[in-house]
Design a protein around this ligand. Structure first.
Ligand code: KG4
Ligand code: ZN
Length: 359
């Protein structure tokens, strides 16, 4: 049995976790920077790097303490090498290299998107569930919306990706337009059940070329037009005032400052995002030999997406990670490194941060 300490710092979460080759998650610590970035309505790269620098030491020590382990118990360090914000990636990568150098440990650079897929495999292993391969994997987050075919040998074939915004990015931008806080996904998801999803007609994207690519810009523009056509200034000012008083308002507090027409728009937006995502997955199920579907990344927390994907419409078993493993974490990075460790595939200290690393 080997133990891998994973480090993740690609965006606005500093995380460390320890995973064993038996699939046990011994520790997982995540320091979120959401409160730092929320006042700017999105992630500010400079601030993110600075916050990672502050958090990385305590977060890694916290993971060792949580597992009641010392450095001598760790067999390798796995670290996100990309994709992500280069300044943020460099903090985790430099820390990982320093530990490897000092402790003589092997280094394994992990692709963040592959990490999201391994979050599901890790959890399935813990539950004793067998995910049948080949599978389709949809990774939908603030930075990516990618659909892969995962072969029996755990190789990846990209079937489609977003041509403009990522699904989570669309949530965040529309939430900003409507005067909700950052990140937008969780708030809009909680409010969607209170609106009439058919109360507003929104466009479904039509892709030229690869039909498995995604696009959210038309939907975003339709939401902008809707906001421009409605006098929303009053309600937006009230919601900003609410967020000043309560940085994390409850659903009841949001409902008290959101008219029904806006709730209907939120519900309609969520319906279309879910359709955009699952229509492609459904088509890919028909076009490939996939025997199961994996959905991961921050947007996989979405209750509407989960309910629709698990309604039987995809005609095969669908697996989502628990919400704390759907959003960015280091357990998924350590888990993705386990097969690499077992194959003896290590990186050396020249490993570079790659902002645009592809899978
Ligand atoms: O995976 P993640 O933590 O970071 C990235 O790699 O981007 O994903 C964060 C994204 C944000 O855009 C956030 O709005 C979105 O995931 N998100 C959601 C939900 N929870 C988080 N989107 C829709 N519904 C949710 N419940
Ligand atoms: Zn991510």
């Amino acid at each position: 049995m080997v133990r891998i300490l994973g480090i993740e710092s690609s965006c606005d979460e500093t995380a460390a976790a320890i995973v064993t080759s038996d699939g046990e998650l011994s520790a997982s610590v995540v320091a979120s920077q959401i409160d730092t970035h929320s006042k700017y309505g999105g992630v500010v790269p400079e601030l993110a790097s600075r916050e990672h620098l502050r958090a990385i030491g305590p977060v890694v020590r916290g993971a060792l303490e949580q597992a009641r382990l010392g450095w001598d118990d760790i067999d390798a360090i796995a670290v996100t090498a990309g994709p992500g914000l280069v300044g943020s990636l460099l903090v985790g990568l430099t820390y990982a290299k320093a530990v490897c150098l000092v402790r003589g440990l092997p280094l394994i650079g992990v692709n963040h998107i592959e990490g999201h897929i391994h979050a599901v495999l890790l959890e399935a292993r813990q539950c004793g569930a067998e995910i049948e391969l080949p599978a389709l994997a949809l990774v939908a987050s603030g930075g990516h919306t990618h659909l892969f075919e995962v072969s029996e040998r755990m190789t990846y074939r990209l079937l489609g990706k977003t041509r403009d915004d990522a699904a989570g990015e669309a949530y965040d931008k529309v939430a900003k337009l409507l005067g909700f806080g950052y990140p937008g996904g969780p708030v809009l998801d909680k409010l969607a059940p209170y609106g009439d999803a058919d109360g507003l007609a929104l466009p479904i994207s039509k892709m030229k070329g690869n039909a498995l690519d995604f696009s959210f810009s038309g939907l975003k523009t339709a939401m902008l037009r809707w906001v421009q056509a409605h006098d929303m200034e009053g309600e937006i000012v009230t919601r900003r005032a609410l967020m000043k008083l309560h940085p994390h308002p409850t659903v009841e507090q949001w409902l008290a400052v959101t008219p029904q027409t806006t709730l209907d728009a939120v519900a309609a937006f969520q319906r279309v995002v879910v359709e955009e995502l699952l229509r492609r997955v459904g088509r890919a199920v028909e076009e490939t030999a996939a025997r199961s579907v994996i959905i991961s990344g921050g947007v996989a927390c979405n209750a509407g997406l989960r309910a629709s994907a698990q309604s039987g419409r995809l005609m095969c078993p669908v697996y989502f990670p628990a919400p704390h493993l759907s959003t960015d974490n280091a357990a998924m990075i350590a888990a993705a490194a386990v097969p690499r460790f077992l194959r003896g595939e290590f990186d050396d200290l020249t490993l570079k941060a790659q902002a645009n690393l592809t899978l």
